[in-house]
Ligand binder design. Structure first.
Ligand code: HBI
Ligand code: FE
Length: 277
């Protein structure tokens, strides 16, 4: 195990991260402690009501099916209850964490079909934008599509392989793959224009509309090597959005591509500019 919880807790406090890391277990998980105030429940419902108006029109059917199956919106979800439902759908469960955790334990959780979900919620003053991923981003954004078996398989394999690929010098490339799929991915839908499923879009009031509906959004067909080579934006709208044919295609590309070969070939090459691909 890399950095210790105590060390990481000190770093997070120094950086002013919000979560309480002092109570983490060695794998960085905590108990959810279902003791949210009426005000927090109200913030949750406000966020879900507002965002659901957009997702019902702009989110991919597989996201909406997952949301339906897990019924997360009428109150702050109980992590154990959701894990029980999720396990039956795709073998995944969720674990509570105080916020961002080191890459290595994060990947280890994914490899074991455990998705880390932040256990605190933004305040009503932060409805539109928040720096760190909070429970709304993680839950409303990431969890519904984990109910889809092919995407769940991709995320599990991603967790298994990420460590080795980072060791081989592919840190940026493996992060880009997560970023352009799990965070900002779009996907084709039979008989419909492409729709969004990435958590960064599902949990953003403004960027979801831009990514799916704006003529200025730059849509690029998914190609795993191009994704791994293309840089991304941290706190601006993406300058490219990759469009998957299906979750099966994502899983199969990850499973059958020579990822180590791609890392070896391009780890020291200049990255691709998203506007130019
Ligand atoms: N920690 N809780 C949490 N959630 C994430 O999505 C997350 C993380 N730590 C690192 C991380 N994501 C990314 O840097 C991955 O690419 C490793
Ligand atoms: Fe995220």
């Amino acid at each position: 195990m890399g950095v210790s919880v105590q060390e990481y807790a000190r770093e997070c406090a120094a950086q002013g991260l919000r979560g309480d890391y002092s109570v983490c277990r060695a794998d960085f998980t905590v108990e959810q402690k279902y003791d949210y105030s009426a005000a927090e429940q109200e913030v949750w419902r406000t966020l879900c009501d507002r965002q659901s108006k957009l997702t019902k029109r702009l989110a991919h059917k597989s996201y909406l099916d997952g949301m339906e199956a897990l019924s997360l919106v009428d109150r702050i979800p109980d992590f154990h209850e959701v894990s029980d439902k999720l396990r039956k759908l795709s073998g995944w469960e969720i674990v509570a964490v105080p916020g961002l955790i080191p890459a290595q334990p994060f990947f280890d959780h994914l490899a074991n079909r455990r998705f880390p979900v932040t256990n605190w919620l933004r305040t009503r003053e932060e409805l539109d934008y928040i720096v760190e991923p909070d429970m709304f981003h993680d839950f409303f954004g990431h969890v519904p599509v984990l109910s889809q078996p092919a995407f769940g398989d991709f995320m599990q394999m991603y967790g298994e392989k990420a460590g080795d690929l980072i060791e081989a010098g592919g840190g940026d490339m493996i992060t880009r793959l997560y970023w352009y799929t799990a965070e900002y991915g779009l996907m084709q839908q039979a008989g419909q224009p492409k729709k969004a499923f990435g958590a960064g879009l599902m949990s953003s009031f403004t960027e979801l509309q831009f990514a799916v509906e704006s003529a200025d959004a730059h849509h690029v067909g998914f190609d795993i090597e191009t994704v791994m080579r293309t840089t991304y934006e941290i706190d601006k709208f993406q300058r490219a959005y990759f469009v998957l044919p299906s979750f099966d295609a994502l899983r199969d590309a990850f499973q059958h591509s020579d990822l180590a070969g791609i890392v070896k070939r391009f780890k020291d090459a200049p990255p691709l500019d998203p506007a130019m691909i």
